[in-house]
Design a protein around this ligand. Structure first.
Ligand code: TXA
Ligand code: MG
Length: 340
């Protein structure tokens, strides 16, 4: 462990497996900004999930993001901006609805797909003519973006197809040596990814449900957005199987969880349950619940899926959440996590 890890020093550094985990303080954020300018990769906390960030204008750095994740080059990256004012440098046209959504939800868990500015690297957009843009709200990453002074291309900091990390420790277990530094900004507050919105022939469409609900978008625009999260757009988060733990998931109605879990446990399987209200059943090894609160469920969802793998469960029986507000995004992730 380096000397900077001594208590009382502003940088708490944990050096493990060639990966440096830094507390989110001014000194480490300044170091991270310099590393990014030098083309290195830094895992960053956001209010949704941790991202694996690279200078969006540096082709080598962007290529290393794809390599670190094992992600196909055809799947584009979201560019994170310090402020809405930077939009004009990244998008060639900003529809009126996008301006209104940015005003309402940025900084925050909303990504907008807009026509790319000619200067945006093709590697970032996967060859598409749109670019995904978002201004994240986490204070450490806000500060980092301001110091960095440009756009950071950052997909979720997990290996392709796997569960997104919501803690620094989860980034470490996903990417290990493939990332140089992690800024530890604590547990992500929202816990599922940003809502992705597209503007198609004057219509607003949600292509990935997330931290901003369809209801909230309707309140700003007056009309409900179209929902296109059916895999018809080229986006890895919208593949049928994604966000997948190794543990098989059994999705059922809340009233069915106890019976399904007990009957699986009776066969000798090591079984867990996951529901809005904790559900205990005979023979169940572990029962997770969110005290009836869907925001709490969303916040912990990915940690629970990781723990299910760590506990080597044979099956996790999961209650379908109510599909309103953030529950819509949670249900979407659970459906994809259950696909094999
Ligand atoms: O909350 C989030 O959005 C997190 C944090 C780190 O910001 N990021 C994230 O990135 O989830 P990623 O790459 O794991 O998922 C972004 C999704 C992918 O499915 C990608 O294909 C899609 O957005 N995407 C990005 N740019 C796109 C574009 N121009 N057209 C269509 N889909 C796009
Ligand atoms: Mg992802």
């Amino acid at each position: 462990m380096p000397s900077s890890a001594r208590p009382g020093r502003p940088v708490r550094a944990l050096w493990e497996n060639g990966l440096l985990i830094l507390d989110a303080n001014d000194r480490s954020i300044a170091l991270a900004a310099e590393m990014l300018k030098a083309g290195r990769l830094v895992a960053i906390p956001t209010e949704t999930v941790y991202g694996l960030a690279a200078d969006a204008s540096n082709l080598d750095a962007v290529s290393r993001v794809f390599a670190a994740k094992g992600r196909p080059a055809s799947h584009p990256l979201i560019v994170h901006l310090p402020a809405t004012a930077e939009l004009a440098e990244w998008a060639s046209h900003v529809p009126d609805a996008a301006t209104r959504l940015a005003g309402a939800f940025w900084p925050g868990p909303l990504t907008m797909l807009l026509p790319r500015h000619a200067s945006v690297l093709h590697a970032v957009t996967g060859g598409l003519d749109t670019v995904g843009l978002r201004v994240p709200a986490h204070p450490a990453t806000q500060r980092l973006l301001q110091l960095f002074g440009g756009g950071l291309a950052a997909p979720s900091a997990n290996r392709f197809g796997r569960v997104s990390p919501t803690t620094a420790a989860a980034v470490e277990s996903e990417l290990g040596e493939a990332v140089d530094v992690v800024i530890d900004g604590g547990q992500c507050k929202i816990g599922v990814e940003s809502t992705i919105v597209a503007f198609i022939h004057g219509e607003v469409a949600i292509v990935r449900p997330g931290g901003i609900s369809a209801e909230a978008i309707t309140r700003i625009l007056g009309d409900p957005p179209r929902i296109v999260a059916d895999g018809s757009m080229r986006a890895p988060g919208t593949l049928a199987s994604h966000y997948a733990p190794a543990t098989p998931l059994v999705l059922c109605e809340p009233g069915e969880v106890a019976r399904r879990a007990a009957s699986l446990a009776a066969t000798g399987a090591r079984v867990g349950t996951l529901s809005l209200e904790r559900t205990c059943a005979p023979g169940v090894a572990i029962a997770w619940g969110a005290g009836g609160d869907i925001a709490t469920f969303a916040r912990h969802l990915y940690s629970w899926l990781r723990q299910a793998d760590a506990e080597a469960l044979d099956a996790l029986v999961v209650a379908r959440p109510p599909e309103e507000g953030i529950g819509f995004a949670v249900a979407d992730r659970l459906r994809r996590a259950a696909q094999r």
